[in-house]
Design a binder for this molecule. Structure first.
Ligand code: F6P
Length: 384
């Protein structure tokens, strides 16, 4: 590699690199998730054991590269010191726009999207960056695969509280979200019992019911409604009445944001953020309460929407360890030039799987899953 002028604009580098430095660029994309910082720290620590590797971070996913001037920071041991237990990401993230859908404002105030992926890859290569590690969920890894097909050296790390990536036993952030949801069920149980109420708690997860199912089992909820199984409102009503009258005089329902009744529609919210493409889910708890009332359910009903609380704060020890393992493995893949792959946890090993396979199928709950069998065994109604 030719010596290049530093273009790390945020730090104002002005000197010439005279030694051969290999550079890895980290980007965190999509919704934030507990454990992102622990992955970043692990990559930097592992890289520090090799000669001549420099780790850079692009601010707000690929925006840092695409902005003029660029916003790229050096990630060294000092910068990542003590970040493993911090939520969020020190290099920020976004789930809008991106290299293939870059929003550009027109003179009349409207927005169009342009594909800046080729330009971005050229910029990355011009900066002397040898590879990219993209820490993100299914959307981010789809972008990774598209960039890989265009010639970028890229490695994925599976991040998401939704746990909806199928090529890995688990994604980091998921356990923390389950812990937060479970503690919330515990809290709702005491207030529901004191007031003889039914609480409906709405949790995230998009099209996957993993957070709901785990929190319902761990928290001892009475009903768990997930996106994979459309519920029958009469069955839900009957289950709640039984729990209310015969068993304990109150009840707790955990419902996924993406759950819906048979023949019904998923609840979404209007969103006018430029470059935001996903449907914004939300409102399933309110909708269920209305459906129960319409079906003739007479007891007091209250709702709690956990929302982004599930993504904030300190990662659990499990997620910190998983993140550290993903980070170390991702760097070792870069060392070996094992690009176009995603790190995957297949108990007890950490392996690499082609990105194309990682994004092929989502990881969704099926009726024969052990968690469903356990929920049935515990008498938790799934509304089916
Ligand atoms: O995919 C992660 C996730 O937290 C989903 O569970 C949720 O539907 C979505 O992101 C929310 O996204 P936003 O941060 O844009 O509100």
């Amino acid at each position: 590699m030719l010596p290049i002028y530093g273009r790390i604009t945020k730090l104002g580098y002005k000197f010439i690199y005279l030694v051969y430095m290999k550079r890895l660029l980290l980007a965190t994309g999509g919704g934030d998730c507990p454990g992102l910082n622990a992955v970043i720290r692990a990559i930097v620590h592992r890289a520090s054991q090799e000669k001549d590797w420099e780790i850079l971070g692009s601010i707000q996913a690929y925006n840092g590269i695409l902005w003029e001037p660029s916003e790229i920071i050096v990630l060294d041991l000092q910068k990542v010191s003590g970040i493993h237990f911090q939520g969020g990401t020190i290099i920020e993230t976004t789930n809008k726009g991106g290299p293939f859908h870059w929003p550009v404002k027109q003179k009349d105030g409207s927005w169009i999207e342009v594909d800046r992926s080729d330009e971005m890859i050229r910029k990355i290569q011009y900066m002397g960056i040898d590879g990219v590690i993209s820490i993100g969920g299914d959307g981010s890894q789809r972008i990774s695969q598209n960039l890989f097909e265009k010639g970028l050296n890229i490695i994925g790390v599976p991040k998401t509280i939704d746990n909806d990536l199928s090529s890995t036993d688990s994604t980091f952030g998921f356990q923390t979200a389950v812990q937060i949801a479970t503690e919330s069920v515990d809290k709702l149980v005491t207030t529901a019992a004191s007031h003889n109420r039914v609480f409906v708690m709405e949790v995230m997860g998009r099209d996957a019911g993993w957070i709901t199912l785990n929190a319902a089992i761990a928290g001892g909820a009475d009903v768990a409604l997930i996106p994979e199984f459309d519920y029958d409102i009469d069955i839900v009503k009957e289950a709640l009445e039984k729990r209310f009258h015969h068993d304990r005089g109150f009840a707790v329902v955990v419902i996924s944001e993406g759950a819906k009744k048979k023949g019904g529609k998923v609840s979404t919210q209007d969103i006018d953020e430029v470059g935001y493409h996903n449907p914004k889910l939300g409102g399933s708890a309110s909708r269920l309460i209305n459906e129960l009332k319409e079906a003739g359910f007479k007891h007091d009903l209250r709702k709690t929407v956990l929302g982004h609380l599930q993504r904030g704060g300190v990662p659990t020890a499990y997620d910190r360890v998983l993140s550290a393992q993903f980070g170390v493995k991702a760097f070792e893949m870069a060392l070996e030039g094992d690009y176009g792959k995603m790190v995957s946890y297949r108990h007890p090993n950490f392996i690499s799987v082609p990105l194309i396979d990682a994004i092929a199928e989502p990881n969704l709950v099926t009726k024969d899953n052990q968690l469903v069998i356990t929920a049935n065994g515990l008498g938790i109604s799934l509304g089916i």
